[in-house]
Structures are given as C-alpha cells and as structure tokens.
Design a protein around this ligand. Structure first.
Ligand code: ZN
Length: 409
C-alpha cells in the first residue's frame, strides 16, 4: 500500500470510529431515564407524573371490561423508579385502582392502569422548569364531565352545624346578612406545584391548605355563610380555573391564601393584594405577581385543553368595580392581620395576579407571612397561629359585610 492509500484508509477508519461514537452518544442522550414518578389523586381528576431526563416516545389507549388505561413508553429503560409507580397509586384514588409496569417488548415498557370508573385521559409533555426536568403527565377525568364547583359546597345539615373544635370562641360576634353568601377560599398551589419553600423545608401548598380548611370551618359556622374550597386536598388547579370555580358557585368573595418568600431570610410580615388594572403598586408587588403567576408552568397545564372562553370572559369585562370592592375587603383583612403579625406593607398593594381576575367577585390575595423566614415558617406551621390567621381573615370578612351588605339576588 502506498502512503497516500494508507493515509486515506486511516482517515476513513477514524471517521467511521467517530461516527459510531457520535451515534452512540446521540442514542444515550435520546433515551429518557425515568428519574421520578408521582401521583396526585383528587375528587376531580387524578394525575400521574413521569419525570425523565431525555426523550420518551409514548402512546396510550383504553380497554374495557374491566376498565384499563394502557400507556406504552418507548426507549425508556425499565428502572426501579419506573417500576415503583406500582406503589405510588394511593388507596383513596377515585379513578386509578392500581398500576402494573412491565417490559412489553425490547423497546417498550407497558404501564397498565386498572381503573375504578370509565375515564377521559389526557397525556401531554411539559418542558423542563425549575425544579423539574421533562415531565410526561397523565390526567384522567371522569368520563361524564361534571361541573366541579357544586360538590365542594354541598354539605349535610350535620356538617354545617359541627361546632368549630379549637378556638372559635375568639371569633367576634356574627354579622347580620340579608341572604346567604358564599366565600370562595383558594389555598394556593398544590400537587406538582409546592409554592414557596420554607427555610426548613415547609411547603407553601401545605400550610395554606391547612389555613384554608380552618377558615372554611369558621365561615361555615357563621349564620347565612358558606365556604367553597377551590381545593381541599393536595392537587394542582390551573390559575384560571380557581376564579372559574368561584363564579360557578356564584361566590360573593374570593380569598386566595399564600405564603411569601424572599431571597433574604430576614424578610417578614403579612401583606394583602388586590388586582391592578394598570401596573403594579411596587416593584416587589410585580415580582410577587410574576412568581405566583408562574404556578401554571410548575403545576403543569395541558395547553391544548385550556378553556379559551374563560380567558375571554375575564379579559372583556371591566374589573374597575371589582377592584374598588376588593380594596374595601383587603383593607379590613389587612387591619386584622396587623393585629396578629407584623405587616410587610402598611397598605394594600396591587398587581396583575391571574387568580384575582374574576370580574364580578371582590377578590383578594393574602400573603399570610414569609415562609422563607425561619421564625415565620415556625408560626405558619403552628396550629394556633394558623387559627389566628384564619380568624383574622374571618373577622375582616365580617367587617366588610357589616359595611357593604350583600346585594339582593
Ligand atoms: Zn403562593
């Protein structure tokens, strides 16, 4: 072989070796390793999340008698995490009874969900967003779609009169109402969206649910008042669906409950917000609204499924009347919050919070305390302080109605 041919052969050899190496690297990058599985059952729908670090091709179909949902995952190795999905299905899940995970063929892992009832499934992928990598999401809804809101409002007489267990005696006297009013209580975040994280790991979604439940009991104990919870367990609700639920139940007030966070662990105090039509009242209010509005990205919504009608209703109707009433309610609640905690801001603030956009319901967002502050995190975790927060909001609601009696319907 002459030197020219030798060099050519060598180059060819190196090139093909490089090609093999690159193909191998690409294949490794493509295959999605499952890194976490989670399940979020609720009365309305159940969600299963499969988080992975690459690309997973998938398909799904339903089988009857008995009802099953089959999900085939291509190129995802059957690792221990994926297999552990079998143990993630919770016994109280109203839709999914159990899951079975097995290798179906060399390229395919098959997940079979045994169902408790016929369902409408939605499967979609979410791009990485802090703190998650790519997520494959399965949402199952009841086959016959029910309007979500009324179920949470309907209570038996016995439940309505259940005495409030702990410190309800602290609650000031009741307000006279000329008709029954409905208070929508909206514990922020839930499910895939933990909300802000405390200095010692407390999740915003957990403490605000607990405060929301306490407030619900206080509201339900008032004559002529009833509470609607937008969520009463740990699952995610898209931001737009929260005011939508309140409107479906003809709520008179909408109260979203949150806990604040800041980079500095010394930031502290409570604040109350209402919607703004033009710009935020401060840079921090704008930052906070942006963070709270990111909930849909983290919680995960199926974009194809978004109810465009809701959005247009919310955009088309004027909110100026709503904001005026919301301010009155917010001022009452802020004053009461100031009696149980320091105030982060002495006046009500305004920003474009997505959950406050119901055009016809006075709506406020209460940042109960800074979960990023170790002292306030401890308070947020304490039953007595949760009770005090709920009581402050309750007293604010009553003062509002005392000065602004509900219109007859
Ligand atoms: Zn929040």
């Amino acid at each position: 072989m002459d030197s020219y041919r030798l060099r050519f052969a060598r180059t060819l050899f190196f090139l093909s070796a490089l090609l093999v190496l690159l193909t191998g690297l690409l294949a490794t990058a493509k295959a999605g390793n499952v890194i976490a599985v989670r399940s979020w059952p609720s009365e309305e729908n159940s969600r299963v999340t499969i988080e992975h670090d690459g690309i997973i091709r998938h398909r799904h179909f339903l089988l009857p008698n008995p009802n099953r949902l089959v999900m085939d995952l291509r190129d995802a190795p059957l690792n221990d995490i994926l297999k552990s999905l079998e143990n993630r299905i919770q016994p109280h899940d109203p839709f999914i009874k159990s899951a079975r995970v097995a290798q179906f063929d060399p390229q395919t892992v098959r997940v079979v969900f045994d169902l408790r009832q016929p369902v409408s499934p939605q499967v979609f992928s979410l791009d990485p967003v802090d703190p998650y990598q790519t997520r494959l999401v399965l949402d199952v809804y009841p086959k016959t779609y029910r309007k979500a809101a009324p179920a949470a409002v309907t209570r038996t007489r016995a439940q309505q009169t259940t005495p409030f267990p702990t410190t309800s005696s602290k609650t000031t006297k009741s307000v006279n109402l000329n008709r029954r009013v409905t208070i929508a209580i909206d514990p922020g975040h839930g499910g895939e969206d933990p909300g802000a994280l405390g200095y010692n790991g407390t999740k915003e979604k957990d403490v605000v649910l607990s405060i929301g439940r306490r407030l619900k009991r206080m509201v339900d104990a008032q004559p002529n008042m009833r509470a609607l919870m937008t969520r009463n367990s740990d699952f995610f609700i898209p931001l737009g669906n929260r005011p939508k639920k309140a409107r479906a139940a003809s709520a008179d007030l909408f109260i979203s409950i949150h806990a604040d966070a800041a980079a500095s662990s010394s930031a502290h105090g409570s604040s109350v917000f209402v919607l703004s039509e033009r710009g935020a009242s401060s840079a921090t209010a704008r930052t906070l609204a942006n963070r709270e509005n990111a909930s849909d990205l983290i919680g995960g919504i199926n974009i194809k499924n978004q109810d465009s009608q809701v959005a247009s209703v919310l955009v088309d109707m004027s909110v100026s009347g709503q904001i005026k009433q919301s301010m009155k309610l917010a001022n009452q609640v802020l004053r009461e919050m100031g009696k149980i905690n320091s105030l982060h801001k002495q006046q009500v603030e305004q920003a474009a919070f997505a959950v406050l956009k119901a055009p016809d319901i006075p709506s406020i967002l209460v940042e109960t305390a800074f979960i990023s502050n170790p002292d306030e995190e401890e308070k947020l975790n304490s039953a007595s302080h949760q009770e005090a927060i709920a009581n402050a909001i309750m007293t604010g609601i009553k003062s509002y109605f005392a000065q602004n009696p509900p219109h007859a319907r």
